[in-house]
Design a protein around this ligand. Structure first.
Ligand SMILES: [Zn+2]
Length: 180
């Protein structure tokens, strides 16, 4: 069974109308709905606030997901691979780890067929606002689990929506100790 088929087999609708992937409640939604909200946040709150909102939401989402994988026994790079693989089969686009140092919190990640960029079609800026935070959140949960005192950070350096062949993210810790 491939990963997508296996995910479908683990998806179920509970008696009280919750769509569950294992024990995580999910919402299956058209990408235009997600991007429509994103565009409205951008126009109402401005690009800076929108970037912060989606970065932080991506960070928290990936961190929580990573905690679940730790409970299942994953550690280090396996958490990152599970998370990115899961996002891929959930329709966000296909991630590829170019390099990742789980002790330094650094890395380079490619992202093909970004659902958000494809929905946006064309933009002068990087549109995958959720993804840098998500990568940073996945790195943070790995660092925290290893007891490494760094604050994970990531940025999108280029985007499919800007006419690039794929999106690319770079991760580098802020240099400050977590909580400093
Ligand atoms: Zn992008």
């Amino acid at each position: 069974m491939n990963e997508f088929e296996s995910m479908k087999a683990r998806l179920r609708l509970s008696a009280d109308d919750r769509l569950l992937l294992d024990e995580v409640p999910m919402i299956l939604t058209p990408r235009w709905f997600f991007v429509g909200i994103m565009k409205r946040v951008m126009s109402v709150a401005g690009p800076e606030a929108a970037r912060r909102v989606y970065y932080d939401a991506g960070f928290d989402g990936a961190y929580s997901w990573g905690r679940k994988q730790i409970e299942k026994g994953l550690t280090g790079r396996a958490i990152m691979e599970q998370y990115l693989g899961s996002m891929t089969i959930r329709g966000w686009g296909r991630f590829e780890i170019v390099q990742f140092d789980e002790e330094r919190g650094t890395g380079q990640f490619r992202f093909f067929h970004s659902a958000v960029a494809l929905e946006w079609e064309k933009a002068e800026f990087e549109t995958c606002l959720w993804a840098p935070g998500a990568i940073a959140g996945a790195i943070q949960v790995i660092l925290d689990h290893r007891g490494i005192d760094l604050k994970a950070r990531a940025i999108e350096k280029k985007c499919l929506a800007q006419g690039q062949p794929f999106c690319e993210f770079w991760a580098e810790p802020s240099g400050q100790a977590r909580g400093a």
